[in-house]
Design a protein around this ligand. Structure first.
Ligand code: E4P
Length: 219
């Protein structure tokens, strides 16, 4: 499983990129809105200077018709060669995905909450689907079952090249479960990447090595 970082915060993107663990970035309208009034275009261009990999920028939250999404999708794609157009999972979104994909513009169909939605998005030509596991967990429905079902279904049809981005990832257990379920990518907030690096026995081990070394060789 590969990792994307799920944020529009430049500082966190730099930190994740410097660690060498991520190969892409996802944003959404809520994440862009947190960045102090910077336009999406500005943020996406900044990200493209840092990360050399797929960068998802979503069509405007207020754009609900296929025609509008297609127009905006073309604009997002023009920003940089690595741009992926994020499109909500609706009938209009599928129509836009079909058109943009046929033009060679990669789409990430987002807000996926059922296996059928993922299958439809794949058939419409999506390069990526983003099932949201955390938001399902929030309503007492095991989100990981959705990731597993989509992975199983896509495996039944080798002609489907759509990659599964496990989204709405909230903790390290989600990450492990997504990898076991066969997600291609997990898009993870920087705070979760940091949590994943930690283990108390690692810290204790470092402390002991330092103590033993200093006792004999000094600092
Ligand atoms: C990424 O593509 C999604 O927009 C994001 O993971 C949603 O996460 P949230 O449910 O924590 O807002």
């Amino acid at each position: 499983m590969k990792f994307f970082v799920d944020t529009a915060k430049i500082e966190d993107i730099k930190k994740a990129n410097d660690m060498g663990v991520i190969c892409g970035v996802t944003t959404n309208p809520s994440l862009i809105a947190k960045e102090g009034g910077k336009s999406q275009e500005e943020v996406l261009k900044e990200i493209a200077e840092i990360v050399d990999g797929p960068i998802s920028g979503e069509v405007k939250a207020t754009t609900v018709d296929a025609e509008g999404m297609i127009k905006e999708g073309r604009e997002i794609a023009k920003l940089h060669k690595n741009m992926i157009v994020k499109i909500p999972m609706t009938v209009e979104g599928l129509k836009a995905t079909k058109v943009l994909s046929s033009e060679g513009i990669k789409c990430n169909v987002t807000l996926i909450f059922s296996a059928n939605q993922a299958l439809l998005a794949a058939r419409a030509g999506a390069a990526y689907v983003s099932p949201f596991l955390g938001r399902l967990d929030d309503i007492s429905t095991p989100g990981i079952d959705l990731i597993q079902s989509i992975a199983d279904i896509f495996a039944n049809y080798p002609e489907i090249k759509t990659e599964i981005i496990a989204a709405s990832v909230r903790n390290p257990i989600h990450v492990t479960d997504c990898a076991l379920a066969g997600a291609d990518i997990a898009t993870v907030p920087y705070s979760v990447i940091e949590q994943m690096t930690k283990h108390p026995l690692t810290d204790q081990g470092i402390e002991k090595f330092q103590k033993d070394y200093i006792a004999v060789f000094g600092k």
